[in-house]
Design a protein around this ligand. Structure first.
Ligand SMILES: NC(=O)c1ccc[n+]([C@@H]2O[C@H](COP(=O)([O-])OP(=O)(O)OC[C@H]3O[C@@H](n4cnc5c(N)ncnc54)[C@H](OP(=O)(O)O)[C@@H]3O)[C@@H](O)[C@H]2O)c1
Length: 355
């Protein structure tokens, strides 16, 4: 199963709205074939592995990270293919939370006389599919707030200069994060001040650009902004139509959502992105946007590149909204991990909900 998890991860960022699935087929202690789900619409993990065996695997044991599906979707049911292949046993990492499966695949296999074991390395299998699990339940993307900060928690110097806060290794890692995100979001000020391209630039040249999303309540980003072509510009229902047309001419799609006082309601934004099959959203700032996501309880994870620098008062704060009055009410992280990247430290943790 550990190998199946590793295989599944090869397709990170490529399968939405589908889950990551890896599969290893074994007989008498020998691996016969492996496979993984490479992209939505393509073979599921089990079928990718079975295909290498001519769709026949009599008496074999199939290790698969997620319950095989039993309905006709974009591809025929994997359960039917396993039954036809005459496998003896299926070991499942986790049940598929999709209401159309939800244990039905396991039941069908058992009815066909196949031995099924469920919950092997379940925590690992669940961990690789957190965005899928969240989207399946809430139809909203998994939200990661990502930023580079100085030791005193600043995103940029006084006046907004942020090139660069972190070191080269951190910036390479940040592009890896973009490569596996379905969408990336920034606030209008970041576009105005930094004019970022918001593309994925990996040394291999094989990076995939996430969908660009710009939060711009008053439509003030300049039409020549590098990030605009192909971007979603999220604005309120009453923002200026003439400005909207100028941005549309540059290839942006204007999305008007409900909100108040020029501020789009972020839950409506996540619902909209979920409808567009976006399972992972990387929020790249700036401070006001990070603060709004935290304050609204809509951030799932924080990834902070901390650089050994100090910029002092006047620098742009990581969290640009007022915080709680008591330390006891601070926003907290759990399941924290750290990684050294040159002189920087990457801190990643789950944002704990206050409710
Ligand atoms: N170190 C890093 O990792 C990093 C990353 C990103 C940015 N930065 C730095 O951060 C600074 C910018 O941060 P910032 O806090 O000033 O601004 P920001 O968060 O980038 O953008 C704030 C603006 O976004 C729009 N916006 C925010 N929430 C909205 C909502 N709910 N609905 C509609 N529009 C919304 C508003 O535009 P309107 O007021 O026009 O409506 C708001 O003024 C820059 O200096 C940049 O260099 C650093």
């Amino acid at each position: 199963m550990r190998q199946a998890v590793r295989l599944a991860l090869r397709a990170r960022g490529r399968t939405s709205p589908n889950p990551l699935v890896g599969c290893v087929i074994v007989r008498e202690g020998r691996v016969l074939a492996t496979g993984w789900h490479k992209q939505a619409g393509g073979d599921h993990g089990e079928v990718a592995a079975l295909r290498k065996l001519g769709m026949r695997a009599p008496r074999a044991t199939v290790y698969v990270t997620l319950e095989p599906h039993n309905f006709h979707g974009r591809t025929p049911p994997c359960t039917d293919r396993l039954i036809e292949a005459k496998v003896a046993r299926v070991v499942v990492g986790m049940k598929d939370p999709n209401a159309r499966v939800d244990g039905g695949g396991i039941k069908q296999l058992r009815r066909a006389g196949i031995e099924v074991t469920v919950g092997v390395l379940e925590a690992e299998c669940r961990a690789i599919n957190r965005p899928y699990v969240k989207w399946t339940a809430q139809k909203r993307p998994f939200v990661t707030l990502k930023a580079a900060v100085t030791l005193d928690g600043r995103l940029a110097a006084r006046g907004g200069d942020a090139r660069w806060v972190s070191g080269e290794l951190s910036r390479i890692e940040a592009h890896r994060m973009r490569d596996v995100a379905d969408a990336i979001l920034v606030g209008a000020n970041t576009v105005r001040l930094d004019n970022p391209a918001l593309t994925t630039r990996l040394a291999s040249g094989r990076g995939r650009d996430p969908k660009r999303v710009i939060l711009d309540g008053r439509l003030t980003v300049p039409p020549e902004a590098k990030a605009l072509p192909g971007a979603l510009v999220i604005t309120t229902r009453d923002s200026d139509p003439a400005r909207a047309r100028r941005l549309e001419k540059r290839g942006a799609e204007i999305v008007r959502l409900p909100g108040r006082r020029g501020q789009v309601d972020l839950t409506a934004l996540l619902d909209e992105l979920g409808r567009r099959d976006i399972l992972t959203l990387l929020v790249e700032g700036g401070g006001q946007v990070h603060g709004e996501f935290l304050a609204a309880g809509l951030a799932d994870e924080l990834a902070l590149f901390v650089a050994p620098k100090l910029i002092g008062a006047g620098g742009v704060p990581l969290i640009g909204v007022e915080g709680p009055a008591k330390m006891a009410d601070a926003w907290r992280l759990s399941a924290v991990s750290t990684k050294r990247l040159g002189d920087d430290i990457l801190v990643v943790g789950d944002v704990l909900r206050s409710d």
